[in-house]
Design a protein around this ligand. Structure first.
Ligand code: MN
Length: 242
């Protein structure tokens, strides 16, 4: 099995190496990752300037390339370079991607780009608490997820979130909650006004959602579909005269 790995934290992220180490149990691993951090860029693609990729020497000995583009660009470049791959893995992101995070996550976008280009994909993100992650507790779960999702009939795109101390694994749905788009004001060293955007959830997560699973110390696996069409509404709307 040929596995393409990307992320949105950049080519030197410790999470990228951890994911490559687990993935190498399952097949040949090649890394294509952004040459600098691209968190929260969502599914942006680069069309106004040319893309380049360069081989880098990585400590862990994996074949790796840095790309001057977004996470989605990296997967496109990687699949172009390889000709084909059997699986795209993205992560392990430094921080969870739960609920509405899926909309702006570069980690999930890299996986999505794999699916758009015809390859099954899994996004991995992990809760952070300020200290350097070791991934020791998470690696067996990552292996189990890859093993499970590469056998038989499986969803094409799965968003996986890992707690700091995993105690189990479960299927979840995306938590959809209302947020307050809090804007925090400040000043820079030159006295110029600046702003930070910080969204805070207003309601508690519902049971069996991705956010609920992480609160229970469970590894969350959410199958994601590519179609954004609201099928229930479309059916209702089709009963009406336009
Ligand atoms: Mn990130």
């Amino acid at each position: 099995m040929r596995i393409l790995i990307s992320n949105d934290d950049g080519i030197f992220s410790p999470g990228l190496v951890a994911l490559a180490e687990v993935a190498s149990q399952f097949g040949d691993v090649v890394i294509f990752a952004p040459d600098f951090e691209q968190s929260a860029v969502g599914h942006a693609i680069t069309i106004r300037r040319p893309l380049q990729y360069h081989r880098v020497k990585m400590i862990s000995g994996f074949e790796a390339y840095r790309v001057n583009g977004t996470p989605a660009d990296c997967v496109a470049m990687g699949l172009y370079h390889l000709g084909k791959a059997d699986l795209v893995l993205s992560g392990i992101n430094l921080g969870s991607n739960l609920g509405s995070d899926i909309w702006h996550s570069g980690t999930v976008a890299a996986a999505k780009q794999g699916v758009i280009l015809g390859v099954q994909a899994i996004a991995f993100s992990q809760v952070v608490n300020g200290s350097e992650p070791t991934y020791d507790l998470q690696k067996p779960y990552i292996a189990r997820v890859i093993e499970m999702l590469t056998r038989g009939d499986q969803p094409r795109l799965v968003n996986v979130n890992l707690p700091l101390e995993p105690a189990g694994i479960c299927w979840t749905h995306q938590s959809v909650r209302q947020y307050n788009g809090k804007v925090v004001e400040g000043q820079d060293a030159n006295g110029r006004q600046l702003y930070w955007f910080a969204a805070t959830p207003l309601t508690n997560p519902d049971e069996n959602s991705d956010r609920w699973a992480i609160d229970q110390n469970l590894v969350s696996m959410t199958p994601i579909r590519m179609s954004l069409t609201d099928d229930a509404w479309l059916e209702r709307l089709n009963q009406r005269a336009v």
